[in-house]
Write a protein that binds this ligand. Structure first.
Ligand SMILES: *[C@@H]1O[C@H](CO)[C@@H](O)[C@H](O)[C@H]1NC(C)=O
Ligand SMILES: *[C@@H]1O[C@H](CO)[C@@H](O)[C@H](O)[C@H]1NC(C)=O
Ligand SMILES: *[C@@H]1O[C@H](CO)[C@@H](O)[C@H](O)[C@H]1NC(C)=O
Ligand SMILES: *[C@@H]1O[C@H](CO)[C@@H](O)[C@H](O)[C@H]1NC(C)=O
Length: 416
């Protein structure tokens, strides 16, 4: 409306200009005939009207412009508000992934679909990769679907297994728990085989080889592992995993060289990496142990091996004073009067006595009477090392079992 009005006024003013430019300068009112004077009056009136209309239009334009400007700043304000909330959602996610996702969904910043959440995690902007790993590792139906969608976002076509693993293991931090690792690596193997059909006989083969590679990474690059396998050993270790057959030697050599030339990087590497979970957790040293019945601290020589914690009175003792099988136990840091404390406990059952045995002063072997074992290390570093090793010992066995089951499966394939 405003524009057409404006145009019609323009043409009026144009005709006005034209008529005045056509009139000579010396022109006097009294030279005009009455009709002409009348016409002139009319023109003047029209001019006044036009000027008034123009003013009204100007006002209207100013009003509309300010409205547009205001509109812009509300949009901006809304945007800023939204960005703030997204940032808050990310922060919440990093502290507690489930709560963070819930917050983002409730505030319409994320759709409640597995694919949208998978996208959000895959982009990973401002997200802690440990938190991403925790969320993807959850067991319930929905998280499993998110994990599936998340893995599908990775493109592995024409990548060799090491390249694909580099990409995958960089997109989140693999959690330390065996079952979670199993689910995630299973999803990885499926996706890899889907992108590269024909490379492996089955996803189990891909899964097993992926682990062989991750362990190779540790063997070759972790300074604590003294025994560095040569490529021949790597090849022979992986015999028969391709559903009973061998994988092409070239392929294995390539993968070996790739890892040898450049170790895997994992996000938020705190030295407590996944390979730590599988390697040589054995350890020995002096620690203080809090008594079960009599709450006194005793200095004991501890040995961690075979998934058990043994303690001795003297380093030279043949028989341990006590044996604590680590099966089903958890470990956590605790505060006590002694420094650098941690304790072994049964998760979700604080009153149950831990299955363990000890030797009494008179030589009788009796069941232990601890609902938790509290231990103090001489230094923070030693506490961390002990905790890592014990954690590794606790989580190693179920994983080895899972891997062994698959190996049995693929090596028996040939016979069927
Ligand atoms: C991510 O979270 C983990 C565990 O909460 C923490 O140890 C780590 O420092 C965090 N990383 C960053 C970059 O904030
Ligand atoms: C590979 O080895 C290096 C050196 O020990 C370690 O920092 C890294 O976390 C390892 N990567 C994986 C995926 O285990
Ligand atoms: C660990 O838990 C499993 C399953 O609950 C049980 O069968 C087993 O006896 C437990 N082991 C020990 C040492 O308590
Ligand atoms: C274990 O400790 C409880 C009290 O803490 C005591 O009542 C019980 O007799 C003890 N059992 C053994 C076998 O020493």
């Amino acid at each position: 409306f405003s524009v057409s009005l404006f145009l019609s006024f323009s043409s009026f003013s144009l005709s006005l200009c034209l008529s005045s430019s056509l009139s000579p300068r010396s022109f006097s009112l009294y030279d005009l005939t009455p009709e002409e004077q009348h016409e002139l009056e009319n023109i003047r009136r029209r001019k006044q009207e036009l000027l008034e209309d123009i003013q009204r239009l100007k006002n209207e334009i100013a009003e509309v412009t300010s409205e547009i400007e205001n509109l812009g700043s509300t949009e901006e304000r809304k945007n800023m508000q939204r960005n703030k909330q997204v940032a808050m959602g990310r922060k919440k996610f990093n502290m507690d992934p489930k709560k963070g996702i819930k917050f983002l969904i409730e505030n319409d910043l994320l759709k409640h679909t597995s694919s949208d959440i998978a996208q959000f995690l895959y982009k990973g902007e401002g997200l802690n990769k440990t938190a991403i790993g925790d969320y993807l590792g959850e067991r319930d139906e929905f998280n499993l679907q998110v994990l599936h969608d998340f893995v599908e976002l990775h493109e592995f076509t024409d990548l060799n297994l090491v390249q694909a693993l580099r990409q995958f293991l960089w997109s989140f931090r693999l959690p330390g728990e065996a079952q979670k690792i199993d689910r995630m690596m299973e999803a990885f193997a499926q996706r890899y085989c889907q992108c590269n059909p024909g490379v492996f006989q089955s996803t189990d083969t891909c899964y097993i080889l992926s682990f062989a590679i991750i362990m190779l990474n540790t063997s070759l690059h972790n300074p604590n592992v003294k025994d560095k396998p040569a490529v021949e050993r790597f090849i022979s270790m992986n015999r028969g995993i391709n559903d009973g057959g061998d994988l092409p030697e070239d392929l294995l050599r390539n993968l070996y060289d790739s890892i040898k030339n450049e170790p895997f990087k994992i996000p938020e590497d705190d030295g407590n990496d996944l390979t730590h979970t599988f390697f040589n957790p054995d350890r020995e040293g002096w620690l203080l142990k809090l008594g079960g019945r009599v709450k006194t601290w005793k200095r004991r020589w501890f040995i961690l091996t075979d998934n058990c914690l043994y303690y001795f009175e003297y380093t030279t003792d043949k028989e341990p004073r006590g044996i604590i099988p680590l099966e089903n136990l958890s470990i956590r840091e605790v505060e006590d009067k002694k420094p650098n404390c941690f304790e072994l406990f049964i998760p979700e059952n604080k009153d149950q006595v831990i299955k363990a045995c000890k030797t009494e002063a008179d030589g009788r072997v009796v069941e232990g009477n601890h609902t938790f074992y509290r231990i103090s290390a001489p230094t923070t570093e030693e506490k961390d090392e002990w905790m890592n090793s014990i954690k590794a010992a606790i989580s190693r066995d179920p994983f080895y079992e899972m891997l062994a089951t698959r190996k049995k499966k693929v090596s028996s394939m040939k016979r069927h």
